[in-house]
Write a protein that binds this ligand. Structure first.
Ligand SMILES: Cc1cc2nc3c(=O)[nH]c(=O)nc-3n(C[C@H](O)[C@H](O)[C@H](O)COP(=O)(O)OP(=O)(O)OC[C@H]3O[C@@H](n4cnc5c(N)ncnc54)[C@H](O)[C@@H]3O)c2cc1C
Length: 418
């Protein structure tokens, strides 16, 4: 079974940030593209996320600190990381591997693997902009992390040092509580210290992904919705897709970019790294004063983003439960109560768009990008907390690999067959 380079036509499964970016960059190379999604554009985690384009913070999820959160979480359901007591064997295996990877040595190795793709992240957004994606990215004029005390900043300062050691430049400055509030009055009196990050950006996620989809369509692609792919079989002349709503279809080449659900489609194609839902919650609230950048509460694991319409999106929580489980109101309350003491002028009791979505997490904290055991089937996903930041760079690099048929060094550590 051979795949031609460049492919004539590629079908992308999944109309989230990763699938649409891959479609867009394949189009840059003159490849004809079709995108299919069971629901619609940004129906998965690309909708309700915090919209941070923060390559400076794009680090591997399994680290010793998250692990200690996880252990606490089993006994404390209000913790920002929730691991239910479970008998689900897949989840237990995932957690066991995740735990094994949560050492400083493995974190450093994964961080070095992420640094080269992180370095390309913002330029890939610029390429989308120059190529016609109308919705802008916003410079974060004040990207501020707020803490109760100076002592609490130690963890992030150490992490920033480790990030630098892995070869990733990150500019930041330490601030007092007064300096934090002077820059951003949304922080309350409880904030006694802060860290300001430079050179990061943010987007309005639903608007951005819709605009990316418009651009993909304008460049000649069809986005077919209401197409649930239930199975995928490489054949001599193409890839057969079993579709819940109709007859099987045969496609020349396929990119599987269906977020948290990737494993169900590619498990039989040599992809052993499982993708597991790390569910997060978000909502938006009216705000008196629109911040000029993201507001970050690292210890509370809460991420806030100005939406540009007098509302603040508040996001948080890491919940290892099935992606189809309903929204759990207690988790929304946990995010509200974690954020409340730190914020001023945000009406957290008047919430809209309460949402739960699934970060596609891998146990080694690295995405899975590249060919499966079939050269006609590629995978793009598993970015965990950072699929918005890394979606365009992923699409750009994967399109290059597919079109040239040559390995792309930045993608080597993310080999789906690892
Ligand atoms: C609370 C929260 C905050 C976050 N904040 C940030 C942030 O600030 N910055 C950042 O970089 N990342 C953030 N993330 C992570 C980011 O949202 C994800 O990594 C990213 O959206 C993943 O994109 P994707 O395209 O891989 O998947 P998705 O957006 O989930 O898209 C997958 C698509 O596949 C479709 N699909 C699924 N199964 C099938 C099937 N069988 N057939 C057809 N279609 C199918 C779905 O309908 C969906 O549209 C956050 C996540 C959460 C939950």
């Amino acid at each position: 079974m051979v795949a031609t380079h460049p492919p004539q036509k590629v079908t992308v499964i999944g109309a989230g940030m990763v699938g649409l970016s891959t479609a867009w960059f394949l189009q840059e190379h003159g490849v004809q593209v079709e995108v299919v999604d069971r629901e619609g554009v940004a129906a998965g985690s690309s909708w309700g996320n915090a919209g941070w384009l923060t390559p400076g913070l794009s680090t591997p999820l399994p680290d010793p600190a998250v692990l200690s959160y996880g252990i606490k979480a089993v006994v404390s359901p209000a913790s920002p990381v929730y691991v239910p007591v479970t008998t689900d064997l897949r989840l237990l295996r995932f957690l066991a591997t995740f735990t094994r990877n949560s050492t400083m040595r493995r974190w450093n190795r994964s961080m070095r693997a992420l640094a080269p793709i992180n370095a390309r992240a913002l330029a890939a957004f610029d390429a989308l902009h120059e190529g016609g994606v109308a919705e802008p990215t916003h410079e974060a004029h004040s990207f501020l992390a707020g803490y109760r005390s100076k002592a609490e900043t130690d963890f992030m300062l150490t992490e920033l040092r480790h990030i630098a050691e892995a070869g990733q430049e990150m500019h930041f400055e330490e601030l007092t509580g007064e300096e934090v509030r002077a820059l951003e009055p949304t922080f309350s009196e409880i904030v006694g210290a802060g860290i300001r990050l430079f050179d990061q950006r943010y987007i309005h996620p639903p608007r951005y992904v819709a605009s990316l989809a418009d651009s993909v369509r304008a460049r000649g692609a069809t986005i077919r919705t209401g197409v649930t792919v239930t199975g995928l079989t490489p054949e001599t002349k193409g890839v057969r897709l079993d579709v819940a709503e109709g007859a099987p279809e045969v496609h020349e080449q396929v990119v599987v970019a269906n977020g948290t659900w990737i494993s169900s489609l590619v498990r039989g194609l040599g992809v052993r790294t499982p993708v597991q839902a790390g569910r997060g919650y978000s909502f938006s609230s009216p705000i008196d004063h629109e911040p000029s950048g993201p507001v970050y509460l690292p210890n509370e694991r809460v991420a806030c983003t100005p939406l540009g319409d007098g509302r603040l999106r508040v996001a948080g929580m890491m919940e290892f439960r099935p992606p189809e489980a309903p929204l759990d109101q207690r988790r929304v309350e946990a995010v509200v109560e974690a954020a409340r003491p730190f914020l001023r002028g945000v009406d957290l009791d008047h919430r809209e768009d309460e949402w739960v979505g699934s970060r596609p997490c891998t146990p080694d904290g690295l995405p899975t990008i590249g060919a499966t055991s079939s050269p006609r089937v590629h995978v793009a996903g598993g970015h965990g907390m950072w699929g918005i930041t890394l979606g365009p760079a992923t699409g750009q690099l994967l399109a290059e690999a597919m079109v040239t048929g040559r390995p792309v060094p930045e993608l080597t550590p993310f080999d789906p067959l690892r």
